[in-house]
Design a protein around this ligand. Structure first.
Ligand SMILES: [Zn+2]
Length: 106
């Protein structure tokens, strides 16, 4: 696994904002808060957006927007598994970043 902390290619700032855009897909535009340049754009996979701490109802709305028609039971077990996996992965990434950057996390 590789871990990076994103920064602006133009001014090297790490002061960034995520702009969420929803049309036929869900996209994230990462904009530099210091020079306003575009840093990156992500297109989210179906069911790819996870909003930490927002719970199952928020996850369900996100699935509905993506147009996925799967059973409530599948969605429920998907959410529990997804939330668990994302929390585990985030803990792993946080530990890796602490190892790499220590207290000087960019
Ligand atoms: Zn910048």
């Amino acid at each position: 696994m590789e871990v990076k902390v994103q920064k602006c290619q133009n001014c090297a700032s790490r002061n960034l904002r995520n702009v969420l855009v929803r049309d036929e897909t869900q996209k994230v535009f990462v904009q530099c808060r210091d020079c306003s340049n575009l840093v990156a754009r992500y297109v989210l996979a179906k069911g790819g957006y996870f909003h930490a701490g927002k719970g199952f109802e928020s996850f369900l709305r996100s699935m509905e927007r993506d147009g996925d028609m799967i059973s409530g039971r599948d969605i429920n077990s998907n959410f529990d598994e997804l939330e668990h996996n994302i929390n585990d992965e985030f803990a792993e990434i946080t530990a890796m970043m602490n190892n790499i950057f220590g207290k000087k996390l960019p």
